[in-house]
Design a protein around this ligand. Structure first.
Ligand SMILES: [Zn+2]
Length: 270
């Protein structure tokens, strides 16, 4: 049973400070972080699933935000639902946010970036990311072995968050350089890398076709299939001038033609 002191939480004003205070009061929390129990311990009376059309989640609270309820959309995977609950809990605990929130699904951003047009939405996303994917736990998980798709799948299941959200967080927390290229039916959605670690640029932008010489473009479109890790000519993915790099590629085909390709720089042994 989780208990939380709202008085101490009320002294925190940023997503980072509130999450740190939750972990200070509950030092034994482990992934998957029990977001519903935490919400209940702070005054949320009920968490309800409902068909909300384009609305991803809602908070309905009293003016002082002593109590409230959270609604979230019925559709979507469990990781998405947990993130939405975390997002609405962020609105509840960030006292400068209004007591009633109605959040578009498109503003509840798990993976690519926390930012949104509205500052309150950005802060609520940041709160959910920090709560569900705590830095220290993520770093120790991703640095436990060489990063590959299987490891990223395992970590996302362990943390109860979406594959994309967790993979992007892992790319930033890893000590090993890897990048991710997200695509749909062979067309790039976006690329993601830790620029300090994976330094070569990937000259692909949204709307580009995956490189013809990549394994990714030829890989199976069967749902939930994962390719073997294979060496690939760096010029296939990286900008010119990176021929000295030893690059490896692995692709994961998800649902409805969505794919993610992991690019890993093989560290030289010499
Ligand atoms: Zn919101």
């Amino acid at each position: 049973m989780i208990t939380l002191d709202r008085m101490d939480l009320a002294d925190c004003f940023t997503p980072e400070d509130i999450v740190n205070e939750i972990f200070r009061q509950c030092p034994t929390l482990m992934p998957p972080i029990p977001v519903c129990e935490i919400a209940k311990a702070t005054g949320i009376k009920d968490i309800i699933e409902r068909d909300l059309a384009s609305i991803g989640g809602m908070l309905v609270a009293d003016e002082e935000k002593n109590t409230g309820i959270i609604l979230h959309h019925t559709s979507g995977p469990i990781g998405r639902k947990r993130f939405t609950i975390g997002h609405e809990l962020g609105h509840f605990l960030l006292l400068h946010h209004g007591a009633n929130q109605s959040c578009l699904a498109s503003n509840i951003k798990e993976g690519s970036s926390a930012s949104s047009n509205a500052k309150a939405e950005t802060e609520a996303n940041e709160f959910a990311q920090r709560l569900l994917m705590p830095d220290s736990f993520v770093a120790s998980s991703i640095n436990s072995s060489l990063p590959d798709i299987e490891l990223l799948c395992d970590i996302s299941i362990t943390f109860g968050v979406s594959f994309e959200a967790m993979s992007n967080k892992c790319a930033l927390s890893s000590n090993y350089p890897f990048a991710l290229v997200y695509s749909h039916k062979g067309i790039v959605r976006y690329c993601w890398r830790n620029r300090n670690l994976f330094t070569p640029k990937i000259p692909l932008k949204r709307g580009d076709r995956l490189p013809d010489s990549s394994q990714a473009i030829r890989f199976s479109q069967n749902e939930d299939s994962i390719s073997h890790i294979q060496s690939v000519d760096p010029s296939c993915w990286l900008e010119p001038g990176n021929d000295h790099i030893s690059l490896e590629e692995q692709t994961f085909t998800q649902k409805d033609g969505y794919q993610v390709t992991l690019l890993r720089i093989k560290e030289s042994t010499g």
